[in-house]
Design a protein around this ligand. Structure first.
Ligand SMILES: CC(C)(COP(=O)(O)OP(=O)(O)OC[C@H]1O[C@@H](n2cnc3c(N)ncnc32)[C@H](O)[C@@H]1OP(=O)(O)O)[C@@H](O)C(=O)NCCC(=O)NCCS
Length: 146
């Protein structure tokens, strides 16, 4: 299988690719290009390619305050799942998160992504809380690396 290439979002093409992967995986929270650019100012955003084909993306959010956890989220496009990409992307993102310090590592999974919950649990995360936005009917689950 071709190697996975993970790189930080820099160019307009990478911004558009990161947005595409986000919006396909989290269709209830579509982001505009400007919203992705705003996140780029706060978070580490990576895009992943195999044979120059976009396969997924990741977000590493620094601890919001001293003593808070860094947050790692990986997303793999549905047609590329089940081939070890999520795990590689996660290991890559986890390395960045550990460099940021903070008190532990957390992830957030949209509850409808049941495979994402199993993925996180297989990686050692345990649920710590869930949040249901007022105008939505599917919760976001926060899990912490045990
Ligand atoms: C979760 C996600 C990233 C997994 O991507 P992937 O490329 O299919 O994952 P991998 O092939 O690397 O699988 C790694 C491990 O995760 C677990 N896993 C992944 N998908 C799973 C599923 N649907 N059901 C059960 N376990 C699953 C397995 O334990 C797998 O290990 P295995 O090799 O022993 O089978 C992908 O399904 C996704 O983008 N989901 C939506 C976003 C999300 O919920 N992200 C989780 C936040 S970190």
């Amino acid at each position: 299988m071709a190697a996975l290439h993970v790189r930080p979002v820099c160019s307009d093409t990478e911004i558009a690719d990161w947005r595409h992967a986000h919006n396909v995986v989290i269709p209830n929270d579509p982001l505009s290009l400007d919203e992705v650019r705003e996140r780029l100012g706060r978070n580490r955003l990576d895009v992943a390619y195999r044979d120059e084909v976009l396969v997924g993306n990741s977000t590493v959010r620094p601890p919001a305050e001293p003593g808070a956890a860094a947050v790692v989220i990986v997303r793999v496009l549905p047609e590329h799942r089940g081939q070890g990409i999520g795990r590689q992307l996660y290991d890559h993102a986890l390395g960045h998160a550990r460099e940021l310090g903070g008190d532990g590592i957390e992830t957030i999974v949209w509850e409808a992504n049941t495979g994402g919950l199993r993925f996180a649990q297989a990686a050692g995360f345990v649920e710590v809380s869930r949040y249901l936005p007022a105008d939505e009917d599917v919760a976001y689950v926060t899990l912490r690396l045990a």
